[in-house]
Design a protein around this ligand. Structure first.
Ligand code: PGA
Length: 255
């Protein structure tokens, strides 16, 4: 019978780190650990764009995730862009979309994000769509409204079938790279809100993995993994250290 519960994921978001030799060593430490193990958790790495083709050519059971894609698709005279289609042909099947650093630092407003979602899904990529509120929005009591709004913006460009290629990552902006993690009950509360939104809007709700991100580390991974609606983690800083990342993987694999 087909499994209907969401798959568990731990994804390392390396951002603009590290230099190539260190990246190779880190990748090797992680793959050595997971190779041959039947972990009940899918591990993936989102390295900088410059390394995507190199890592995806390694032919390992470890999906390689792009950190972003272009608003244009296919090929053409678009100097500096990386399209969803190009990635698909380079054996990269996943991409983050809407990470708060793209939204805040690189001008990814709603229309750009929606174009990226359409390009990714249209080219057959799976997306990890990031949502999350700022500290100001949380303190004003608007956290849930903001996240629901971001989900509505996603839904507006998806067909019912497209949802099967979607993972959601809830990353409160105030918890990213700050060392402050959302309390497990607050994270669970938001994840339950997201699940409930999905239940109201798609038949795929119970299969969509909901990842938490924002200062996930070995010290808090077990508690976060224990939450009912947290199906995995999107890990930044701690994914750059093989032993920390492996501890987080183990926490979710044992959930
Ligand atoms: P962090 O980053 O784990 O360093 O807080 C998470 C993310 O931005 O995806």
């Amino acid at each position: 019978m087909e499994k209907t519960s969401p798959k568990k994921w731990v994804i390392g978001n390396w951002k603009l780190n590290p230099y190539f030799q260190d990246a190779q060593a880190l990748f090797q430490s992680i793959t050595q650990h997971i190779e041959g193990q039947s972990l009940d958790c899918q591990v993936a790495i989102a390295p900088p764009t410059a390394y995507l083709a190199f890592f995806s050519a390694q032919n390992l059971p470890l999906p390689i995730v792009a950190q972003d894609i272009s608003i244009v698709n296919g090929t053409g005279a678009y100097t500096g862009e990386i399209s969803a289609d190009l990635l698909k042909h380079a054996n990269v099947n996943y991409t983050l979309i809407g990470h708060s650093e793209r939204r805040e630092l690189f001008g990814d407003h709603v229309e750009r994000l929606q174009q990226k979602i359409k390009n990714a899904i249209g080219s057959g990529l799976h997306i990890i769509y990031c949502v999350g509120e700022s500290l100001e929005q949380r303190e004003a009591g608007h956290a849930k409204d903001i996240v629901i709004q971001q989900l509505q913006e996603l839904k507006a460009v998806l067909s019912e079938d497209d949802w099967q290629n979607v993972i959601i990552a809830y990353e409160p902006i105030w918890a990213i790279g700050t060392g402050k993690t959302a309390l497990p009950q607050d994270a669970q509360d938001m994840h339950a809100t997201i699940r409930s939104y999905l239940q109201d809007h798609t038949t795929w709700a119970n299969r969509i993995s909901l990842l938490y991100g924002g200062s996930v580390k070995p010290e808090n991974a077990v508690e976060l993994a224990a939450c009912t609606d947290i199906d995995g983690a999107l890990v930044g800083g701690a994914s750059l250290d093989a032993s920390s990342f492996i501890s987080i993987i183990q926490a979710f694999a044992q959930k």
